[in-house]
Design a protein around this ligand. Structure first.
Ligand code: GTP
Ligand code: MG
Length: 698
């Protein structure tokens, strides 16, 4: 039953966030089933959940793409945003958090804080919204509620405080104590719970947990603190008020136990969402800037005001075809109306609107302030852009998509599919803004920049399933360069006499090494017209062309000065072409004698790593021929900067994850070129020769 007369104040937008396998999708499934959005209780294991529906998700049993599903509970519309837990899909975690008003951070009861938890937590903290903690899979062996929360408190540096205390753990999990009212509840099969006396064995623990909750509540509210310190007893409503302020101020993280599969603690989660989470109105006015300026613009969160909406996802996976998923922050989005895309500075007509639930969609008459829904894919607008009114422009904060960490070369198995791959990648990039495609013409490769291996796997699979293109991956070629170490003078003489008009060009060129990064310099030192003026540019051109393919391994030559200091010509047979060839010959012959060397690109790497892993990361960087440049502290992290040869960094993100239990991240940028050590240079030369021969025989 849809909430009658939906207002922003009865909407809750919550992003479920945690590392892979904690049970977010399973929890969403149980909440949807309990709220009667679905009629069957699906399982991730069986590929039957409402939110993991794409083939890539079903066979991997993981969430790949942010899923949205609304439910209604006690006259409140709760929009669940189920984010992926794998770091490879962090773009969708960030997008989900951007449009949520609160986060549910899940911790597996048997494992506590796991590999990957801190990365997710950092994103949640960056977003800065209030966080509730759900301790999941409480019915499983080794579940330990209090231990999981203590671990979270010490590892994440934030106080995790129970709102309810479990009655039994593991296979004995059967109920909970609501710490506000100190009433006990035993679970029923359908997700509800019945009031029951507190079992004596939990009484002491529950009392202690209540003490911590009351402390936290009192600290969050001055009036309550005064009463509490004065020895007064706080009422249930007062504690609730204090808990809510502490939660909204982010002074602590309230926590609940739950088990999704057996439907235990489900009503408690839903009830808590309704009373505890902020409505869009509670989040205060919507803020943005006037496009092109830094001038702040504010809009009230109400349906009858100016429009401000953010496109947070583009999806083609639903039954519904291509959709632009939108969060409306202010005003109302109405089908058939023209809106203004303030990010792209162009008008956009809104077509049909929908409420989306997993892969299903239902027509929506409109989308009001605070709500989340979708429009038929907008033609001119993309993920991260703001929709508003032309006469009241506002630019909302964009989605802070992360930098890519991985680069692979991608190519088609069948040459005829080249164009299909291009358009398929274009579409997938529209759906996943963390993906970048870059055609490197000098390396003759299409490079895919992404967040991780798993994401690339999924892309390869989607290209095949949706666009019928078989692709293969390869290591990106390294853009080696060549240069010279010694000065050398060389003559280039081109003479051909084949009857009729001949060809004649003769030059003397001095090649000199230049400082790294200088590129190429041509100097005209001709005096007395030994080479006529009009042929000199042709000599330069010939040298530049010859420099495209160095004499060692065919890589471009850099950091060379070529001085043309002498030559001779023939009044009839000389031509631009003949001088160009002579210039090129002088370079090729000269370079061989000028101590040619191979250069490799050196990259500046910045690794953000928890302090415990600093030693293993720096050791590993050194083993990759890296030089540590420096280190600096950033909260719980250490940031290590190093220069490392690009050739050593293929799939570094994957390696770094295994080295640090998924707790580090890195970014790279080109720094400079350096000479390759001899033993590596030989390999590069041999490989280049083999590639050349293979190409010639192909
Ligand atoms: N016994 C038990 N197992 C559960 C429960 N919830 C989830 N699981 C199991 O945990 C696995 C992971 O659950 P998901 O719901 O896919 O976890 P997730 O957090 O959505 O994972 P990602 O989408 O990859 O981030 C599933 O295969 C389930 O078998 C639960 O309440 N009880
Ligand atoms: Mg999931």
């Amino acid at each position: 039953m849809p909430v009658k007369d939906l207002q922003p104040s009865n909407i809750r937008n919550i992003a479920l966030c945690s590392p892979h396998g904690t049970g977010k999708t399973s929890l969403a499934e149980s909440l949807l089933y309990r709220a009667k959005v679905t009629t069957r209780h699906g399982k991730v294991e069986e590929g039957t959940t409402a939110l993991d529906f794409s083939p890539e998700e079903i066979h991997r049993k993981i969430t790949v793409s942010l899923g949205v599903a609304p439910l209604e509970w006690r006259d409140t519309k709760v929009n669940l945003l189920d984010t992926p837990g794998y770091a490879d899909f962090v773009g969708d975690l960030v997008a989900g958090l951007r449009v949520a008003d609160a986060a549910a951070f899940c911790i597996k009861a048997s494992a506590g804080i796991e590999a990957g938890s801190e990365m997710v937590w950092d994103r949640v903290e960056e977003r800065g919204c209030p966080v509730i903690c759900l301790v999941t899979q409480m019915e499983k062996e080794h579940a330990a509620f209090a231990k999981a929360l203590d671990g979270a408190t010490s590892r994440l540096g934030k106080r995790f405080v129970p709102l309810a205390f479990p009655i039994g753990e593991g296979e004995k999990f059967r109920g909970l104590v609501d710490l506000l009212s100190m009433k006990g509840y035993l679970f029923e099969k359908d997700g509800s719970a019945k009031e029951a006396p507190l079992p004596p064995e939990v009484e002491a623990d529950a009392q202690k947990a209540r003490g911590a909750l009351v402390d936290a509540a009192a600290e969050a509210d001055d009036a309550l603190l005064e009463k509490f310190l004065g020895g007064g007893e706080l009422s249930v409503e007062e504690v609730r008020r204090g808990v809510r302020s502490g939660f909204l101020n982010k002074s602590f993280v309230p926590a609940l136990p739950v088990a999704s599969y057996p439907m235990m603690g489900i009503d408690h989660v839903l009830d808590t969402f309704v009373w505890l989470l902020p409505s869009p109105v509670d989040c205060g006015p919507v803020t943005g800037v006037k496009p092109g300026t830094e001038e702040k613009v504010e809009l009230p969160v109400q349906p009858h005001g100016h429009l401000a909406a953010l496109i947070f996802k583009t999806s083609s996976e639903t039954h519904a075809g291509d959709l632009s998923m939108i969060r409306v922050f202010a005003g109302t989005l109405v089908p058939g109306k023209e809106v203004w895309n303030a990010s792209a500075q162009r008008a956009e007509k809104i077509g049909q609107l929908f409420h989306v639930s997993g892969k299903e969609r239902k027509d929506a008459p409109n989308l009001i302030a605070g709500d989340v829904g979708a429009a038929v894919k907008l033609r001119e607008s993309h993920t991260g852009q703001t929709l508003c009114e032309k006469n009241f422009p506002i630019l909302l904060r964009p989605i802070p998509f992360p930098h890519h960490e991985l680069e692979v070369a991608i190519f088609v198995k069948n040459k005829a599919d080249e164009e299909k791959m291009g358009s398929g990648l274009h579409k997938l990039r529209e759906e996943d803004p963390t993906l970048h495609v870059h055609v490197d013409s000098s390396l003759h490769q299409t490079l895919l920049q992404a967040t991780g291996d798993l994401q690339v796997d999924v892309i390869v699979e989607k290209l095949q399933r949706r666009f019928g293109v078989h692709v293969e991956l390869a290591k990106p070629r390294i853009p080696y360069r060549e240069t010279i170490r010694r000065s050398v003078s060389k003559q280039g003489r081109h003479k051909k006499q084949t009857g009729g008009r001949g060809q004649f060009g003769d030059v003397h060129v001095r090649l000199e090494p230049l400082k790294s990064g200088s590129g190429f310099e041509f100097v005209d030192e001709i005096v007395g017209g030994s080479v006529p003026r009009n042929y000199i540019p042709a000599v330069e051109k010939g040298i530049i062309e010859a420099m495209h393919e160095g004499v060692l391994a065919g890589y471009p030559v850099v950091d060379v000065r070529a001085a043309l200091y002498d030559g001779s010509y023939h009044t009839v047979d000389s031509s631009e072409m003949a001088f160009k060839i002579a210039g090129s010959m002088a370079f090729k012959e000269g370079a061989k004698e000028a101590g040619p060397i191979l250069l490799e690109p050196i990259v500046e790497v910045e690794v953000r790593v928890p302090k415990d892993f600093v030693g293993s990361v720096t050791g590993d960087l050194s083993s990759k021929r890296g030089k540590i440049l420096g280190m600096g502290e950033e909260g719980r992290y250490e940031v290590i900067r190093a220069h490392v040869p690009q050739a050593e960094l293929y799939k570094y993100s994957t390696h770094l994850r295994s080295l640090t239990q998924g707790r580090a991240s890195h970014r790279t940028k080109f720094s400079h070129y350096e000479e390759i050590p001899r033993e590596f240079a030989e390999k590069v030369v041999t490989q280049a020769k083999a590639e050349k021969e293979a190409m010639a025989s192909a």
